[in-house]
Design a protein around this ligand. Sequence first.
Ligand code: SAM
Length: 286
Amino acid sequence: MNNISLLSHRKEEPEKGILYLVGTPIGNLNDISQRALNILQNASLVACEDTRQTKKIMNKFNFSNKLISFNKHNSLIKIPQIIKDLKEGKSIAIVSDAGMPGICDPGEDIARSLKSEGIDIICVPGACAAITALVSSGLPSSKFVFEGFLPKKKIDREKILLEISKNEKTTILYESPKRLSKLLKELLEFCGGDREIMVARELTKKFEEHVGNNINNVIEFFRDKDIIGEITIVIKGINKKDLNLNKSIIKKDLNDLIDAGLSLSAASKYLAKKNGLKKSEVYNLI
Ligand code: SAM
C-alpha cells in the first residue's frame, strides 16, 4: 500500500482515476461550494446515497450528470465496480444525502478500500451538522468528541453515556426526533440537570432552532411537543471542579464501605462498577 500521494497542483476539473468525496448542504442548498458543483457536473459519474436528493441539487443549479446509487445496502457490490472504473481512468464523485460523506454516512468504507488499493481520494469539503451545531452552540469547541448516533443496545449505550458524563470535552451526538426525549432523560440521569447542552434542530433550514441552556430547561422546552426535523445535540464537558467533587464523593463512599467492614478490594470493585471506573482508579483514591 502506497501511503504517499502527491496531491499538490490539483486542477479544478475532476481528474482521471480520482475519487472525490463531495460535501453537500445539510438543508440550505445555497451552502454548496462552487468547487463541489464543478466536480458534480464534470466527474465521469456521481455515486449518490439517494439519487432524488442529488437531483435536487442538480436541478437547482441547472446541470445533470450520470448518477449511480451507492448506499450502505449495496456498497459491498458497488465498491469493486467503482475501483474498476477508477482504474480504467474515470473520475467519480461520491455524495451522501446531506453533509459530509463518511460522517455517519456512506464514504468511510470506500475511502478505506481505495487507500488500500493506492487510489487517490480528494475530499471537497462541505457542510457537516456536527460542526455547524458545535460552532453555533457557543460551547467549548477547541476539544470535542463526536459520538454520532448512540448504540441501541442498552449496555453499549450506557457505557458511552457514562463516558460522556465524565468527559471534560464537549460531546456531539446525532439523534432522530422520535428518540430525542428518551436521550434527554438518559442525559439527565447520567450528567445531571445542570449540565449545559444545546439541541440544534433543522440547522441551516427555514425553521432552524437552538434550544439550551441546560438539560433541565431543554427537557422542559420539549415536554409534550411533537418533535420533528433533524436534530444534533451538543453537550458541554464536565468541569474539573465537578469531576474532583465526584472523586471526593467516591472516596468518602470507599471509606464508609471499609468502615462498614468491606475489604478495600471488595469496596473498590463495588464502587468501580457503580461509577463506571476501573477498579484500580477507585483503589488509588485511598
Ligand atoms: N453526513 C451528515 C453530516 O455531515 O452531518 C450526517 C448524516 S447522518 C445520517 C444524519 C443526522 O445528522 C441526522 O439524523 C441529524 O442527527 C444530523 N443532521 C443532519 N442534518 C441536520 C440539520 N440540518 N440539523 C440538525 N441536525 C442535522
